[in-house]
Design a protein around this ligand. Sequence first.
Ligand code: ADP
Ligand code: ARG
Length: 350
Amino acid sequence: MSKKFLYPIFPKDCKSLLSKYLTKEIFEHLKDLKTTNNFTLNMAIASGVDNLDSGIGVYAGDVESYSIFGKLFDPIIQEYHSFSKNDKHKTNLNSDDLKAANPDPLGKYILSTRIRVGRNFANMPLGPAISKEQRDGVEKRASEALNSLDGNLKGTYYPISGMNEEISKKLIADHFLFKAGDRFLESAGLNRDWPSGRGIFHNDEKTFLVWVNEEDQLRIISMQSGGDIKEVFERLTKAISKIEEKIDFSYNDHLGYITSCPTNLGTAMRASVHIKLPNLALDMKRFEEITDKYYLQIRGIHGEHSQSEDGIYDISNKRRLGVTEVQCVQDMYDGVVELIKIEKELEKKL
Ligand code: ADP
Ligand code: ARG
């Protein structure tokens, strides 16, 4: 007999948006619904129920999840993105519109810049609800499309299955490859059939990379050393349009690009720098006042849920839905200019 699906009780100190918005009433309303891909509320909330330290706690199994379980997803999207259920998303991937001269031409503060977008195939379940056969099909179509790129985007697709452990460890340590076994993804069903269907494509210089079948079916990434944010954005937008010639992605006027985690909806873009701010780091209140002002998020040096090391932080845009891609990068750029200015002032006082 299947286990009865009961209303989850969250401890008082649980801060996830799931615990905030999943009222008993909403639970009763949604608990027996399922999407055409058989994705249920139980599956949507599993990650936040298992991982009580989640910030969000929910994942979608398909685009339909966002409407069928809208009573739960809508307020979460509203709070994270300040975006209401009647708003329309807007996109702008025109790099000419970005005003971002290198804020650190001497390379004293910015170690590297990285911009990524998430993409999922149109008419395909998202990772939490995808079957092994569908996932392997995504890998096949993605690797074929990627292997046909040329110029500075030319590269090779490397499946995780059979990858030498030393090589994968080095790719992870060097910030190029995703980590295996993330517990948030595990509970969301995103690690099923691991490592089948997963892989990474990259060019020789590792300035253009694509993750296949991690949290989203594609994570398209442009990165390089230093602070030339515009060059990184230009390479990314060119790559996106080349890939879009071969693959249709899931998109709608309300939610923009559809992703498995609601935080990534819209642009699905995270534009970040690794930046050294040892003096500002001594005053985290001031640091956070600046990051809040520019809608930025602070992460550690090994990505989400990691710690900072040697005063180096990962600073990125927090807003992704209801703002354009150009605005996401501009948020990060403007904030970084301000952070460097304050760090310089603090240096002078030493
Ligand atoms: P995502 O960016 O896909 O949301 P993570 O935060 O886990 O996921 O970051 C993925 C990897 O990218 C990590 O190894 C992280 O250190 C690396 N990374 C992020 N931003 C930069 C950057 N500006 N320079 C170099 N590596 C970066
Ligand atoms: N599910 C995790 C949480 O709720 C991560 C949320 C945002 N990050 C992400 N990679 N989607 O904390």
